[in-house]
Design a protein around this ligand. Sequence first.
Ligand code: XMP
Length: 510
Amino acid sequence: MNKILILDFGSQYTQLIARRVRELGVFCEIHPFSLPLDDIKVFDPKGIILSGSPASVYQPDAPLCHGEVIELGVPVLGICYGMGILGHLHGAVTTRSAYREYGRAKLVIDDSTDLFFNLEGDLSVWMSHGDKLEGIPDTFRRLAHTANAPFAAIRHRVQPLFAVQFHPEVAHTDSGKAILGNFLFKVCGCASDWQMRSFAEIAIDRIRRQVGDRRVLCALSGGVDSSVTALLIHQAIGPKLTCVFVDNGLIRKGEEAQVLQAMGEHLGLHLISVDAAERFLARLKGVIDPEEKRKIIGAEFIAVFEEESRRLGRFDFLAQGTLYPDVIESVSVLGPSVTIKSHHNVGGLPEQFDFELIEPLRELFKDEVRELGKEIGLPDVILWRKPFPGPGLAIRIIGEVTKARLDLLREADAIVEAEVAKTEVGRELWQAFAILLPIKTVGVMGDERTYEHVIAIRAVTSLDGMTADWARLPYDLLQAISSRIVSEVKGVNRVVYDISSKPPSTIEWE
Ligand code: XMP
């Protein structure tokens, strides 16, 4: 199989490099920069990519890979810091630039034989560096330059060693994917033969070997990430996986039934549902502060989960649907050891647990997880679910959370979801939901005066939840949502639409 090895020097973009390589249909793995030479030989890559780094090659403790990496006869592409490494290994001098170059730069191509094959003219590329090569050794020649970087792309005159100062992996670089593609196909001679199916097969095989005869516990919320994680592990080890769905009373209408039906009955996962609604409500009584709500719900979730895991017997592994954006630190470049830090997306779960973690999605981005879910047969009802926060409806009830308020919001929210699902815009939205406000307003129904609750509607578009814009929903859709809520949800006489973007607002109200 064609394999690309990415050596990670701690760049925030390393996973993006991997993602682009996958998109181009080539298998790749990310390893720490310190991967021993023997392991590299065993891996047998068709090409090696050296990532960027927050470090500088001239620092005394700079992370450096084994010098022989460039003598294996395997093509190498150094990106940003990776260019510094390549230069350093050939005796070139890297210095701090007069000013940091961050953002767009105009790249002038000087040679379009290999890396820039089929690319002409000037490209807009994304720079993010404070260092630059002062000059290049005689054994190298220049392929492209920018106003501030005279050697923005170089190659060795004889060996297949390439380097670029800019970041071809980011979306802001014009033709970045084509440049990486030229490296993979033209330089390394890879074939485009890798698909999500291969990811699934490799992940399943890896889980099977890791778990052996032991048992895995998985908190299944019914969201896409935990569902894909659970199904993948189920396909690897079947009944040795136990999933726990916690009904905390803060979930959406019909959610429990949907998850049990889709994941348990339809797909055959061993799935246990725990009714913990009352204990969550009791703990939330009288609480109005958003952060306090979140903390109480997180702590209670852990308590319930711990009790269940003890009740169900001994487990060796805990499965989590951690995605790449949840993993904030890939490699600690300055320490002697490699630190992998996990972020837990189920309310800060396992620190107190004596489990090994299984996180099969930690290299993937959200849209790739959906693609993987589709590949392994996850039904559409789960696959196309909108993100739903761990603290659930509690952070969409401004003020105290009570059973009556939850019931009211659940009904209103179900109407929003149903009406949005009928339209074309539905799939383009990141989320669309209802919020219950802590005020009452006057209305008139029939000939009667009413004094009742207000529901706010929030619908946003977003790529990753980090920034968002309010969705320009069609008036007909807003009309349908509003009239159904006012006529079908008892206790509501007014509906308003939230037109704030993030920032300065957030998506959730609390
Ligand atoms: P905010 O409100 O921070 O939300 O703009 C960004 C995205 O994250 C979701 N969200 C959460 N997801 N646990 C989660 O798993 C949480 O505690 C949580 N809080 C917010 C939110 O729904 C939106 O998609």
